[in-house]
Ligand binder design. Structure first.
Ligand code: HEC
Length: 122
């Protein structure tokens, strides 16, 4: 192969390589959006379980241990988000819920994502 032809090939190949590279970068940028749509938390699938595992020990159907309300049904949890600062209490370092200490960041983020998505029930 003569040097000129070799150079032409090289240029062509690098053009293809950078096109593929740029295309993949674009795809990565798009992906998070697509994933989020598929992963919107719902009350039934995600939130109910978090409440049952961390909150209803006190915020039961009949609240115990001085808890002022229940966090069992969909409407009760929505009401606590809207009127009782549920999101700031689960993130509070001075008066956290549960009182024994904040839940891990993943669980708290799931609740926040659910609230930001408009609190879908199912
Ligand atoms: C060990 C018992 C206990 C657990 C577990 C518990 N709470 Fe509470 N919660 C209380 C008590 C007692 C109060 C009232 C005193 C206060 O506001 O700190 C309260 C208050 C609250 C309030 C404020 C209510 C208002 O009207 O001001 C919110 C919101 C709340 N809890 C949410 C939660 C959530 C969400 C969880 C689980 C992630 C949880 N709690 C777990 C006992 C508990």
């Amino acid at each position: 192969m003569n040097p000129k032809r070799f150079l032409n090939r090289l240029v062509t190949l690098s053009l293809i390589a950078s096109t593929v590279f740029l295309y993949n970068c674009n795809k990565d940028d798009d992906n998070p959006e697509e994933m989020q749509e598929g992963e919107t938390p719902t009350f039934t699938a995600d939130i109910q379980g978090i409440m049952a595992g961390n909150c209803t020990g006190c915020h039961a159907s009949t609240p115990t241990n001085g808890a002022p309300m229940s966090l069992v049904t969909y409407n009760q949890v929505v009401d606590a988000v809207n009127n009782r600062n549920l999101v700031s209490r689960i993130n509070s370092t001075t008066a956290p819920m549960p009182q024994t200490g904040r839940m891990n960041a993943t669980l708290r983020q799931t609740i926040e994502d659910w609230v930001n998505a408009g609190m879908p029930e199912n």
